[in-house]
Design a binder for this molecule. Sequence first.
Ligand SMILES: Nc1nc2c(ncn2[C@@H]2O[C@H](COP(=O)(O)OP(=O)(O)OP(=O)(O)O)[C@@H](O)[C@H]2O)c(=O)[nH]1
Ligand SMILES: [Mg+2]
Length: 407
Amino acid sequence: MGQPYFATEKVIDRAVLVGIIYQGQEEKQIHEYLDELAFLTETAGALPVKRFFQKLDKPNPKTFVGTGKIDEIAQYVAEFEINLVIFDDELSPSQLRNIENLVKARILDRTNLILDIFAQRAQTAHARVQVELAQYQYLLPRLTRMWTHLERQRGGIGMRGPGETEIETDRRIIRDKIARLKDQLEKIDQQMSTQRKNRGEMVRVSLVGYTNVGKSTIMNMLSKSDVFAENKLFATLDTTVRKVVIGNLPFLLSDTVGFIRKLPHHLVESFKSTLDEVREADILLHVVDISHPSFEEQIEVVKQTLPEIDPTDKPTFIVFNKIDAYSFVAKEEDDLSPKLKENLSLDELKNSWIAKSNLPCIFISAKDKLNVEEFRKMIYDKVREIHAKRYPYNNFLFGDYPITPDS
Ligand SMILES: Nc1nc2c(ncn2[C@@H]2O[C@H](COP(=O)(O)OP(=O)(O)OP(=O)(O)O)[C@@H](O)[C@H]2O)c(=O)[nH]1
Ligand SMILES: [Mg+2]
């Protein structure tokens, strides 16, 4: 007997990934980038089966990679039944059109892929409106593509006029939609801002960081609540706020959407209100996945994205999470070549960060509950300091931090 046949079995898209190694980049780096693109692809529900990359000073204005490379990709797509080709950068409308003419598969760029994941994951009206807005803004300049489709469908005989009219109609519809979504968003923002004002006298702490570093897991650990956490990118889109009490001191803790390199600009724009919580926070906990090979670059991405959301400087702690999963390649004692980042033990790495970081750091594992008590004490001290200054007549505070395992 053969395998049972399921007529409704879902066909998974097979994808190839395409990236450029730019001047001054190492090949290792492009592999890390494409690893991330592969993770995004899986998160979106497709299967990455092959990677293509090419060394270039800058993207080819017509076809992103060179035409020879595009031919190679087109052949592979035809031979191995590939339905998706995903580029690691945002493609211009004309690049997209040219590639579509050469490669017989659906062409996506990184922006498109991220927008798609956000759309799949948006749960609340707020998140849905924000994603839809970003999607229409991305689509607007790319509408010429539909026009070429129409032209082709109609055989392209004298159809330029009607084609153009249709694209103009489409554009107008989309502009109207964008205007309406912006209105909707403004209303939701007002409601949320009122809600935030009614929260009472509590210091506000916000978890920020790259996607998949463990922000929601830390939120769950500190608040004993159940926020959705999983090993996929962008598990969290909406900001969640919980009241947490450490010792006798209550404060508000918020968990927010994660950042990623090359986060689409429209997405940052439309998610700004989700990140109001970050802007209005008193303390930031910048969570880092220390077990990730590119954690240092991820720190930089977050540091560069944060000012777009919140231009003020506020007390920030770097929380190195996942120390349980940290691994390194020990060097032989007689090997005198300089130690690389991947040769550092956890202790050596800790010491070097504590020495060079101008922000206070802590090293924890939310999963294995390592160093959690020290972490809670660190938050407590800072919250208490701000609370005492701001609400001097509010007596939550008696005595010192009670050091009990279950405080
Ligand atoms: N090994 C290890 N895994 C962890 C730790 N903390 C979290 N994880 C795992 O890392 C993955 C991501 O955790 P989340 O808490 O969803 O991460 P996040 O930062 O909220 O991610 P997004 O919401 O997607 O931005 C999950 O599979 C967690 O189980 C840790 O301390 N050690
Ligand atoms: Mg999360």
